[in-house]
Structure formats: C-alpha cells, structure tokens
Design a protein around this ligand. Structure first.
Ligand code: SAH
Ligand code: SF4
Ligand code: F3S
Length: 484
C-alpha cells in the first residue's frame, strides 16, 4: 500500500528537482536474493535509462542507489540495514544529492517501516511497481519521501522499457526472462506469497517477443524464471492457456536459441507434458532444480508442501526415465519446528536415494507472518547447525562425485565470456557446471564440444578437441547416475 503519511516533502529538501539536472546521472543497483531479483535489477535499470540514468559499478559516483532486497531468511533481511547504514555515510559525505531507494521483497514486506528505521532512505518500492520507478524517483529527488508497495491492477511488464540491443549484448549470451511471478502455495515457512503476491503468468506473445529481441542482440540461452515457474499458465490473445512445456516448445523453434532452462519448479506442478518436453526438446537443458525441502512426510505435511517423499521419488523416477542424464538439484531446510532426529534421517535417506548434482540447504528461519513461526517445538540453534553440517557434507560429496564423473567426457559447452587469464574462456556445460578452457574470444556465444580434463573446487577444466581426431565420446548417458 502507498503510505500517504510519507508523501509529504521532508525538510531539509536536499535534492534539486529533476528538471534542474543536466549532467548524466549515475545509477548503482545492488541485488540480493534470487535470480528474479537479478532480472528485476536489469528491468529497473532499463526503466530508468530513458530518465538519463547510466549504470555504474562504483557506489561512490552514484546519484541514485537502489538496494534490491531479499526477505527470505532473517539474516538476508537484516543485512539490508547494515548496508543502508554504510550507504548513509556515503550519502552524507557526497557533494552531490544522492537518492537512496530500497526495492525488492524487504521493501514489500516492511514498507514505510524501512524509512522509520533508516531516515537516509528516500524511496521504498515493491516488486510489482517497478514500472512506476521513473515517476517515483522524480518525486524522491524533488524531496518527497515515497513509499509504493501496491499490487497494481496493471502489469508492470506491459509498461517497463525494453533494453537497447547494445545493453543486452553487454549483459552476455545467457539471459533471464521472468514468465511467472508470485505464489499461491503458501508453504508454512515462506514469505514469497506475501512479498511477491498471487501467482500470475505473462502472456506467451510478450515472452516470445522478449526472447526474440534477446536473440537479435546475440543471446543464446534463456532461463525462464518464476517462483513457481512450472505453474506457468499464460493466456494468449485467442484466450488459450499455455503451459510451460508449450512455451518451451515454441521457444525451442526460434532461430538462434541454443538453450532453454527454467527455475524454480514445484514438484506438484511437474506434469507429464513438461517431463515429455525433457525427452523431446534437445534445447531444454538436462538440469532441473526441484526443491524438496525435507525427506520426512511429517515435516513436509507441517510445511504445507503438498507432496510427500514417495511422490517426490516417484517423480524423479519418471523424469529420469524421460531424460536419463538429467542432473538434479534441490533446496533443503533443516530444523523446521518439530523436526526430530528421525525426521532428519529421512532427509538424509532421500538425498542418498536421489543423488543430487548440486543443492542449497538452509537452517530454518522463522519469518514474521508465516504460520511456521507460530508452531511449537522450535529446534535449538546448535541442533540445526549440526544437522546442516551433516546434510551439507553429504550434498558436497555428491556434488564432487557428479563433477568428477564428467572428467574424460566430451560435453557441449556454451562459451559465455572471457576467462580470468588471457586466452581463457568460461562457459557452462548442459548440467550448469562452470567450464574453463583455452580458446579464441570469437567462440563466445557458440556451443562447442569440450573434452573435460580435470575438476576444480567449483568448475571443470577442459580443452577444445583436435577435430582432426575422431571424437572419443562415450554414447552412454553423459553422467553417472548416482542413485544406481
Ligand atoms: N519457489 C521456490 C523457492 C523459494 S525460496 C520453491 O518453491 O521452492 C528458495 C528457498 O529458500 C526455498 O526453497 C527454501 O529452501 C528456502 N527458504 C524459504 N523460506 C525459508 C525459511 N523461512 N527458512 C529457511 N529457508 C527458507
Ligand atoms: Fe515459497 Fe513454497 Fe511458494 Fe516456493 S512454493 S515460493 S517455497 S510458498
Ligand atoms: Fe528473496 Fe524475494 Fe527472491 S524473498 S528469494 S528476493 S522472491
């Protein structure tokens, strides 16, 4: 909601009105949290470009600072206030007027409270109002204290400015595209349904047009984003509802698009059509992030996850039947209220059964306003620490085993950027592993077969094959199945 008490100009008025500003303005955006926030940051920069704002990576030279925040766990939310304290110092030391904006999920959740806690903040803007940024920023620079955390009836996507081709090119060959936002699942630990609002899908035509523009500017891979991306149900101009599988099929036919990924999926929305798309579409990459959270049915029920461990395992079986080399990743929460050692053992057992290529795992963080926060039997911090340690040890062992199984194989790598050293290139395998190799910069934006030679802590090292030699490729599924 827009807070009318915060709309009056504040004294002293420390910023000149926008009309008086003639020199180029600099925008510094820092994003926390998920990939959707990273995508939103690009859209905010695009929305502000026609206002004369050019992006800078240097905080000290910014006229407008935007912190794009995450509310998912307490630590993420609290970190914002220490960041704001630092920016306040920079703002006070600056000879120019600096406008400080807080966007993202903390903005949505805390609204005007942010300005009460940190008076240096001029503007608080929730994720559904980014199309209003030019106006909101103008008002803030004129001295008003502005809060906009509405869920407007109009869709921001219909009003956000598109990036120039040059800007898209500068952002690289792999791009995010939000196709769905919000969530109606209400897992009892999670703030997202409150911060991002009800689930809504963008029309397919708008997504296809955005992807076409990205491809025209040289993008080769798109990652379709949504808090529940596989619940996508965009309605086209003829009134037909599209599924994520349908969208992926259409995108796969666009000339120039080499790779499609999507994240984050909910197990309940992983339908037969989407599983079949993994079998049928070579462009749909064999990597799936499918959060399970826990292996205990009792805890999954208390989390309101709407699936149990057996149905998750059965789903993994179906997905692997369709695409045997698919690499799986997941999210886990340890120490949800009431979690016993036996419940935690069920989580470890599920991890053993599946075999994950990568994963994120977190200690439960009670979030204000979520049902989980009011449950009895909160797990002591020391117990959570110890369980997280054990879970992460197992997941790390699986990740390393998965990466080691790539050594000696030839994998297709999308070459994305120059590497750290001259003559080096960096790219990604189909399984989202970072790969380094030697090669000319002209290969950036192409998919190359790469022989994987060794594995480091966070990446694989490979080399372009001598194409005079016959390929040594092994026709068996590219990566060892850990569960078998
Ligand atoms: N929409 C996705 C991800 C949501 S947030 C999904 O449905 O899974 C990303 C991850 O943060 C979640 O999967 C969960 O593992 C973790 N998370 C969310 N709320 C949390 C909380 N209160 N405490 C600890 N971890 C949390
Ligand atoms: Fe949060 Fe659950 Fe929705 Fe994912 S499905 S965003 S974890 S409420
Ligand atoms: Fe965080 Fe909001 Fe994303 S709470 S994880 S930034 S949807």
């Amino acid at each position: 909601m827009t807070d009318p008490t915060l709309q009056q100009p504040r004294l002293p008025v420390d910023a000149p009105a926008a009309e008086g500003e003639t020199r180029p303005l600099k925008l510094f955006i820092r994003s926390f949290g998920c990939q959707m926030n990273a995508y939103d940051a690009t859209r905010m920069a695009d929305a502000l470009a026609p206002e004369g704002y050019a992006e800078t990576g240097t905080l000290e030279e910014a006229d407008l600072v935007v912190l794009n925040t995450c509310h998912i766990r307490e630590r993420a939310a609290e970190k914002i206030y220490s960041e704001l304290g630092k920016i306040r110092e920079m703002k006070e030391a600056s000879a120019r007027p600096v406008t400080l904006a807080v966007a993202g999920c903390v903005a949505q959740a805390e609204g005007a409270e942010i300005i009460r806690r940190q008076r240096a903040v001029d503007l608080v803007v929730g994720p559904q109002s980014y199309h209003r940024l030019p106006d909101l920023v103008r008002r803030a620079r004129a001295g008003a204290s502005v809060v906009d955390t509405d869920f407007p009836v109009e869709s921001k996507f219909d009003h956000l400015a598109a990036p120039s081709a040059a800007k898209t090119r500068a952002r690289g060959v792999s791009a995010f595209v939000t196709v769905q936002e919000g969530c109606d699942k209400f897992c009892s630990f999670c703030v997202v349904p409150y911060t991002r609002g009800a689930e809504s899908s963008r029309p397919p035509e708008a997504i296809v047009a955005e992807v076409r523009a990205l491809l025209d500017a040289g993008v080769r891979e798109v990652t379709l984003l949504g808090q529940n991306v596989n619940a996508y149900h965009g309605i086209d101009a003829a009134g037909r509802a599209w599924t994520l599988a349908g969208l992926a099929r259409t995108l796969a036919d666009l000339p120039g698009l080499a790779r499609i990924r999507y994240t984050t999926s909910h197990p309940r929305d992983m339908d037969a059509e989407l599983i079949a798309a993994h079998r049928d579409l070579p462009a749909l990459m064999p990597f799936l992030h499918l959060p399970v959270q826990s292996g205990s049915d009792r805890i999954l029920h208390a989390m309101n996850r709407k699936h149990d461990a057996a149905s998750y395992l059965a789903l993994i079986g179906e997905i692997r039947a369709a695409r045997p080399d698919i690499a799986l990743s997941s999210d886990f929460i340890v120490g949800f209220p009431g979690e016993t050692e036996a419940d935690f053992a069920d989580t470890l057992a599920l991890v053993e059964r599946v075999g994950f290529a990568s994963a994120f795992s977190f200690k439960y963080s009670p979030r204000p306003g979520t049902p989980g926060a009011d449950l009895p039997d909160h797990v002591p911090a020391a117990v959570m620490d110890e369980r997280l340690h054990r879970l992460q040890a197992l997941l790390e062992e699986q990740r390393q085993r998965f990466n080691r199984s790539a050594v000696g194989r030839r994998l297709d790598v999308l070459i994305e950027k120059p590497g750290r050293h001259p003559g080096q290139l960096g790219g990604r395998s189909p399984y989202l592993q970072a790969v380094h190799l030697e090669g000319p910069a002209s290969l950036i934006g192409t998919v190359q077969p790469v022989d994987i030679l060794s594995v480091g802590p966070n990446s694989l090292a490979g080399r372009l094959p001598d194409l005079g030699r016959p390929a040594a490729e092994d026709p068996t599924p590219a990566l060892e199945r850990l569960a078998s």
